[in-house]
Design a protein around this ligand. Structure first.
Ligand code: N01
Length: 547
């Protein structure tokens, strides 16, 4: 965290405001914009030092978004009218510049206190306000609190024995030094092959002396299809951005395309292959989110996609052992139930002679045993020496940000304790016992199953309208009932249980942390259905207690 030197404006002690937003990423930016427009005195608190959220922390080598722009951006005209991207999949430098641009044109920073970490927050039902305390002892009161912490606010470092004994350089992907790490010509180990691991491997593999990749589950990665964008082509499209941004809210995952109308076995095998080829040619997430509508529900249909994927990617790998480790003939899990990351040169890099892939899957008993001064020792006795270790081991996904900011219910219980066994929300935007508190891009929204900015805007508008409705009706607060919360939980589970998602440990099912509840933490019915459901509840405060 940066050092806080100011004590004025949003940094002042004893603020008394309408809305406090925690988090200055896409969610916080959008909500600040909407709240200001609606006339609320709003302040944003953020642990970092500028707008951008996850894109300020995740500055590991190769960090690049894997959703395409202009789908992956805010629909705020003041921002997009005066902004041009250089590529359809920008890297973190460009995303940081985008947020700096948004900050400049919307003058966001004047309402944001950076280097500010919320450590305690509780709603006072008599006063009708949230009382919030920060790590450095400031206090704030706000009628409404919006938690926009994102799904990746709390990194996860596995409890590897003797981690502290390692004498080399060690960083988690989401806490990579801003000034970078000189890894050229060094021996590097990367643990984890999720989106962060895949991108680091691609970037570092070609320039290090030796790269050792510790893989627990192969990533079923698909080609990104990155290309340059010219200013002229973006300007030609800009008059249609309004429609493009609207369209994403009508597509299941918040992109500008959807699953096709047919089920797999309505087509002949030739037609199936032709469709898969077409999706492959389109690149990006098309094979994942643009194919037959039944393939995430039907194991047989899913297997066809897996086999197609494996055939395509196996052809890129010459080393037979690596081919089987990276793209096994038998699927490690159904295709698409873990996030298939977008890659450019992943398989060619892994195929290099200076890159070793070490299988650490539990089934083979070849897990990491411990760290040593010089590197990593395996259960089977092998040892790997390295100068640098990159932990790409993910996050206390989706719930971790919310459970680590000292949120207390009106009954005095903490969210951290309440959610030990399972996360509970109503509509993925509110929590029983936490009146006038809203969250977005977190548990029980479409979150990880959707494009971030699309979800953020659907939920952000709902939050704006809920706050307006509370004020219009002269209410002190709203609080979702426990009954409605239970029903929502059933709904979240039912949507997920109909799919193949629960078959596999994944970020969707709460992540990798031992002991953390394995449960669906996303709304799996798609963004349009989600929008309809939350909108229907707003009319008449269905499921809420009002005071
Ligand atoms: O984290 P992850 P991430 N021992 O949780 C492994 C977004 N994102 O930072 O699969 C050994 O996906 C774990 O293994 P397994 C995106 O939404 C986006 O990569 O559980 N290994 C896995 O391989 C993504 O979903 C972008 O068997 C261990 C890896 O570590 C989310 O952030 C870029 C382990 C963790 O993968 C998180 O992605 C980056 C252990 N004890 C992130 N514990 C883009 O837009 C875990 N692993 C491109």
């Amino acid at each position: 965290y940066g050092r806080r030197l100011r004590t004025d404006g949003p940094y002042a002690d004893n603020l008394d405001i309408d809305v406090l937003i925690v988090g200055a990423g896409f969610g916080g930016t959008y909500l600040l914009y909407e709240m200001r427009k609606a006339g609320y005195k709003t302040v944003v608190y953020d642990a970092g030092t500028s707008f951008g959220g996850t894109w300020r922390w995740n500055v590991y080598p190769g960090a690049r978004v894997d959703s395409e722009v202009p789908i992956y951006e805010l629909s705020i005209p003041e921002v997009y009218e005066s902004w041009h991207w250089t590529t359809n999949y920008p890297d973190y430098h460009e995303l940081q510049r985008y947020f700096d641009h948004a900050d400049k044109v919307l003058d966001l920073s004047k309402d944001c206190a950076f280097s500010t970490v919320v450590t305690d927050a509780q709603f006072d039902t008599d006063g009708g306000k949230w009382n919030v305390t920060t790590a450095d002892g400031r206090h704030a009161k706000a009628r409404f609190m919006i938690v926009a912490a994102g799904f990746a606010a709390k990194r996860y470092i596995p409890d590897f024995p003797n981690l502290d004994k390692f004498e080399g350089v060690l960083h988690h992907s989401s806490f990579w030094p801003n000034e970078g790490v000189d890894y050229r010509g060094k021996k590097v180990a990367i643990i984890g092959t999720g989106a962060s691991g895949v991108q680091m491997i691609q970037e570092m593999g070609p320039v290090v002396e030796k790269l050792t990749v510790f893989q627990r589950t192969p990533n079923l990665a698909i080609p990104m299809g990155k290309k340059d964008l010219t200013k002229e082509e973006q300007d030609r499209l800009k008059p249609y951005y309004k429609q493009v941004h609207k369209l994403r809210e009508h597509c299941f995952a918040g992109f500008d395309y959807d699953f096709c109308e047919r089920n797999t076995f309505e087509d002949t095998p030739e037609e199936q292959q032709a469709l898969y080829e077409e999706l492959w040619r389109r690149a990006g997430f098309a094979l994942w989110l643009g194919g037959y509508k039944d393939y995430l529900f039907d194991a047989k249909a899913n297997r066809l996609v897996y086999d197609f994927w494996a055939k395509k990617q196996r052809a890129r790998i010459h080393n037979p052992q690596k081919r089987d480790l990276l793209c096994p003939l038998e699927p490690p899990h159904p295709f698409g139930v873990k996030r298939p990351c977008l890659e450019q040169t992943y398989y060619e890099v892994l195929d290099r002679d200076n890159v070793e892939v070490v299988d650490i899957s539990e089934k083979n008993g070849t897990e990491i045993q411990e760290f040593t001064e010089k590197g990593i020792k395996m259960k089977d006795g092998r040892e790997f020496e390295c100068d640098i270790v990159a932990l790409a081991t993910g996050f206390d996904i989706t719930t971790g940000g919310m459970t680590s900011m000292g949120l207390k219910s009106i009954n005095g219980t903490t969210l951290q304790d309440e959610w030990k066994a399972a996360a509970n929300t109503y509509l993925g935007t509110t929590i029983s016992g936490y009146p006038n508190m809203f969250h977005l891009y977190g548990p029980h929204g479409p979150t990880l199953l959707s494009n971030g900015p699309s979800s953020v805007e659907v939920q952000g508008r709902w939050i704006r309208d809920a706050i307006n409705q509370i004020n219009r009706q002269g209410l002190k607060y709203i609080n979702p009932t426990e009954e409605a919360t239970k029903e929502w939980k059933k709904r979240i589970n039912a949507l997920s249980d109909a799919t193949l998602l629960p078959t596999t440990r994944s970020t969707y099912m709460g992540g990798s942390i031992p002991g953390k509840a394995r449960e669906q933490v996303n709304y799996a019915g798609g963004l349009p259905a989600y929008n309809n459901e939350i909108r229907a509840a707003l009319a008449g405060w269905k499921g809420f207690q009002t005071a």
